[in-house]
Design a protein around this ligand. Structure first.
Ligand code: DX5
Ligand code: ZN
Length: 217
């Protein structure tokens, strides 16, 4: 079954524990935690102290999406702060350093992922696929919630689906950006397993209904 990962970027941070309890009750599978450094992307969000607090507040799977420059520097710190999965952009450093970041996360007993920005081709993920637990295809330019879904990324999702299946890898395929009850169906048709949704969950009064609508779309 498709997994839904609400992005807390669109949550009310003053009541984050309650927000996460609501999506847990509403059947969400992962909590998507967006970290931005103002360098890799033109915005700043949340980081290690908030992750530590959230780890104490919930038993949910914490899917940490690092939109930061040279993420190897912080790979272990995010594991120790309570991430279940730490995800690195392939554009954020050399292939060697991204590999080292993945290894650091695995050495800590956590899951590792890689992310591709919209202009990055599927091939950029190929060398990493046997090493990671999840690959994320961005369907907006990273940096902000509430942007319009880029349907032109679906061939990339489909290509990665084929590659993962051909190699019989256990890696999950996640899509992030502009996913809602209208755009979810096309991501599923392309082969996505995990759908991130920020504004389409936390921007709605009834989070359980919003999650259900995306799952059943
Ligand atoms: C964007 C973030 C996304 C964002 C998604 O840079 O990585 O996770 O929160 O928000 P929506 O679902 O509103 O596009
Ligand atoms: Zn994200």
């Amino acid at each position: 079954m498709i997994k839904i990962a609400p992005s807390i970027l669109s949550a009310d941070f003053a009541r984050l524990g309650d927000e996460v309890a609501e999506i847990r009750a509403g059947g969400a599978d992962y909590v998507h935690f967006d970290v931005m450094d103002g360098l890799f992307v033109p915005n700043i969000s949340i980081g290690i102290p908030v992750l530590k607090s959230l780890r104490r507040a919930t038993d949910m799977f914490l899917d940490v999406h690092l939109m930061i420059d040279r993420p190897l520097r912080y790979a272990e710190a995010f594991c120790d702060a309570g991430a279940d999965l730490v995800n690195f952009h392939v554009e954020a450093d050399s292939e060697e350093n991204i590999r080292a970041a993945i290894e650091a996360v695995k050495a800590r007993g956590k899951k590792a992922g890689i992310t591709l920005k919209p202009k990055t081709p599927a091939e950029a993920a190929f060398a990493f696929l046997p090493l990671v637990d999840l690959v994320l295809v961005m369907t907006v330019e990273p940096g902000f919630g509430g942007q319009r879904f880029m349907a032109d990324q679906m061939p990339k999702v489909a290509e990665l689906r084929r590659r993962i299946d051909e190699l019989a890898l256990s890696c999950e395929l996640e899509v992030d950006g502009g996913v809602d009850e209208h755009t979810a169906a096309t991501t599923k048709a392309a082969g996505a397993d995990v759908l991130v949704a920020g504004s389409a969950v936390f921007g709605r009064p009834d989070r359980a209904a919003a999650i259900r609508a995306i799952r059943e779309a």
